[in-house]
Design a protein around this ligand. Structure first.
Ligand SMILES: [Zn+2]
Length: 256
């Protein structure tokens, strides 16, 4: 029981890494492809009409490529999550209802529409290029370079908006979402296992250089399920900052 939470944290880290790898790849691939789409037709002696048609075809292809990418992700992400829960069952004999893994998969796949919508961003950038009415290959090259630079400053990459209205790159968001959700799973598995062993009190581990959110909780004794009077509960500690995103503090059973 002493090492159970450590093992659960390793499970969380493995799942977070598996998901993060996919979405880091998506982020960089989409950015590359977006830039390539905007550069189509550069350096070729095209008439204005040919240039516009070339860009139009390229953005249509980009949109189809995004749809295929999302179809792949819609399969891959739930598979990654399912495999993680299968590992939890096989290695630690911890079982959750299917709805728990589905919730996590749905949370991530719900953001996939943002990936398909990225073609709208490219169309907007193309309109900005064409609005400068570039006629020669050199003018087109300069217009595309300028607008890509501006877009980069504004952050055209895939993002989602948090509750405070801040733009968060999709891969960063996916890492946080999975970390938060999987940590809930790990802690509730730990609570259940402890309860089954008739244990309620745990001591929070102490580390040098801990973050200010966890500092007040280090070394304190908590009641996991609120069944022992006189101690803050795990739920209260979490509401007070313990086990924030990517926090890996430990818990050890104790008698007081
Ligand atoms: Zn911590």
């Amino acid at each position: 029981m002493n090492r159970l939470l450590d093992r659960l944290w390793r499970w969380v880290d493995t799942l977070v890494a598996a998901i993060t790898t996919s979405y880091d790849w998506v982020q960089s691939t989409v950015t590359e492809r977006l830039r390539a789409t905007l550069r189509v037709g550069l350096g070729q002696p095209l008439t204005d009409e040919q240039y516009r048609r070339t860009l139009n075809t390229a953005v249509g292809q980009y949109q189809r490529w995004l749809r295929r990418l999302v179809r792949t992700l819609n399969t891959r992400t739930p598979n990654t999550v399912r495999e993680a829960f299968a590992t939890l069952r096989a290695d630690l004999d911890i079982t959750f209802p299917r709805t728990v893994e589905q919730e996590l998969a749905n949370l991530i796949t719900a953001t996939h529409t943002r990936i398909v919508d990225n073609h709208l961003e490219v169309r907007r950038l193309i309109r900005r290029v064409l609005a400068t009415n570039p006629q020669t290959p050199a003018e087109r090259q300069a217009a595309v370079d300028r607008i890509l630079r501006q877009a980069e400053r504004e952050g055209y990459d895939l993002h989602t908006v948090d509750s405070r209205g801040r733009r968060i790159p999709l891969n960063v968001w996916a890492r946080r979402a999975v970390d938060g959700h999987a940590a809930n799973v790990a802690l509730s598995a730990y609570q259940r296992a402890m309860q089954a062993s008739g244990l309620d009190l745990v001591r929070v581990s102490s580390h040098d250089g801990t973050c200010p959110k966890c500092a007040p909780w280090q070394g304190r004794v908590l009641s996991l399920n609120g069944t022992t009077d006189g101690y803050p509960t795990l739920a209260q500690a979490r509401a007070g900052g313990l086990f924030h995103i990517s926090c890996r503090h430990g818990l050890t059973p104790t008698t007081q």
